[in-house]
Write a protein that binds this ligand. Structure first.
Ligand code: SF4
Length: 438
């Protein structure tokens, strides 16, 4: 049987597109392989969000180019965000790529491989969670961000369609570490809603924020024990929605609210609204209403004009708000964005230094906060087996989203991947918790 190798770069939003492309490849008679050497088709789904994403893409395409020259792989197909960001440069630099396909242009791939469009995505990753992309595109135009020009206008998927898609995901057998479905079959336990800005879901389709209706509809689906919301924009989050977390027990009180900065001047130059006082109030209100809430944010260092005072405001914020997770990144000047030509550009080496410093500052706070988990009883979703012993399993506590918030190593003689088990936390090292089952 012919084989395809798929490299999915970037975030879970891109992974959803990759799963659609993979389903077409499978429908056309290709089997997925994890070994690029010997693949009849190498498919690269690109991310072009930042300069660093483009550099990563160059590394991948250089390696692919070499394999192709050596005759170790067959046809090379490239798609994804790069097609809406300077594709000409890449098309000239990599002549060995056989086909360049537009972003999300599934029909062209199907046509190329002489097959139909399949109805369901193919799972590419192991684990008992499934992503549901509720909308694509963004019209917020944060001044540093390329996404609106790459992904286009906000386009929400109708509630009925999302419900069908989520039902199909709930019935999609999960792949084991060996890349084959478990036997007997096991199914995802967690549904993760993703978008560029989940709070604006439905405004284009229904003329109103329709996230509550969507949650209500998805909550009816049997199968998912956990439902997680990602990418809640602080300017568009409604405090009324906190009632949803009381009403729907499977909706996790996990709040991923990327704020990027807190200083008023920087926030306004970013074309965003809420700054330190309002953001502090927002997070503290969530915590007052839902004391068990897990709070996550992201911060950016080195935005043009960022002063020492602005930077210190972020440290103050981290101290005063009981966040559990913080992700940081350094400003990257992206051509075509408003921030690219702003006054007061800061050298990227300085932006990176500030990011390191912020991370170090955060790490101390994080450690103190995470140590409180030792001795606590927590629900953990077992995602797979560990590598050190037959009694070791790898999972996530409810407040840990896949890939970004760490993991729990569970010692147990009775666990099975796919179960949600009660554990007691014994220790914490970095963002890894160590636990045993009760
Ligand atoms: S909301 Fe997110 S995707 Fe949209 S412009 Fe801002 S940073 Fe970019």
């Amino acid at each position: 049987m012919k084989k395809f190798y798929l490299e999915s770069l970037g975030c879970p939003k891109n992974l959803v597109d990759s799963e659609n492309f993979a389903a077409i490849l499978q429908q056309a008679g290709f089997r997925k392989t994890d070994n690029v050497v010997g693949a009849d088709i190498v498919f690269v789904n690109t991310c072009a969000f930042l300069q660093s994403s483009l550099a990563e893409l160059e590394d991948v395409l250089n390696a692919v180019e070499e394999l192709k020259r050596e005759g170790q792989i067959g046809r090379v197909i490239v798609s994804g965000c790069v097609m809406n960001r300077n594709p000409k440069h890449f098309q000239e630099a990599y002549p060995s790529v056989d086909n360049w396909i537009g972003l999300k242009d599934f029909a062209t791939l199907a046509k190329l491989l002489v097959t139909e469009l399949p109805v369901q995505r193919k799972q590419l990753e192991t684990g008992f969670h499934a992503y549901l992309r509720i909308s694509d595109g963004c019209e917020n135009f944060c001044s540093y961000c390329k996404i609106p020009s790459i992904r286009g206008k906000l386009l929400s998927v109708p509630i009925e369609q999302l419900k069908l898609e989520a039902q199909a995901l709930a019935a999609r057998p999960v792949l084991s570490d060996k890349g084959r479905p478990y036997s007997p079959e096991r199914f995802p336990q967690e549904l993760i809603l993703i978008a560029q800005d989940s709070c604006l879901y439905g405004t284009d389709l229904y003329g109103r924020k329709a996230l509550p209706e969507l949650i209500e509809a998805l909550h009816e689906i049997e199968g998912f024990k956990w439902i997680r919301l990602m990418y809640l924009h602080p300017d568009h989050f409604e405090l009324d929605w906190l009632a949803l977390f009381e009403r729907f027990p499977r909706l996790l009180p996990y709040f991923e609210i990327p704020i990027q900065h807190v200083s008023r001047g920087i926030i306004s130059a970013m074309h965003r609204q809420k700054s330190e006082t309002e953001l502090t109030e927002l997070f503290l209100t969530i915590k007052r209403r839902l004391p068990q809430a897990a709070l996550r944010t992201t911060l950016m260092t080195g935005f043009p004009g960022e002063s020492l005072q602005d930077y210190k405001a972020m440290q103050r914020f981290l101290k005063s708000v009981p966040l559990l997770h913080m992700g940081s990144f350094a400003f990257s000047a992206e051509d075509g964005t408003a921030a690219y030509s702003m006054q007061g550009q800061i050298k990227s080496s300085a932006a990176l230094r500030r990011q390191d410093k912020l991370e170090m500052f955060w790490e101390e706070l994080r450690q103190q906060r995470w140590e409180n988990y030792v001795g606590q009883v927590l629900d953990v979703l077992i995602e797979g087996r560990g590598s050190d012993s037959p009694d070791e399993f790898v999972g996530r506590a409810w407040f840990q989203a896949p890939e970004i918030d760490g993991q729990v190593i569970v010692n147990s003689s009775s666990c099975k991947p796919g179960q949600i088990v009660k554990t007691e936390i014994d220790d914490v090292v970095g963002t890894t918790l160590f636990a045993h089952t009760l």
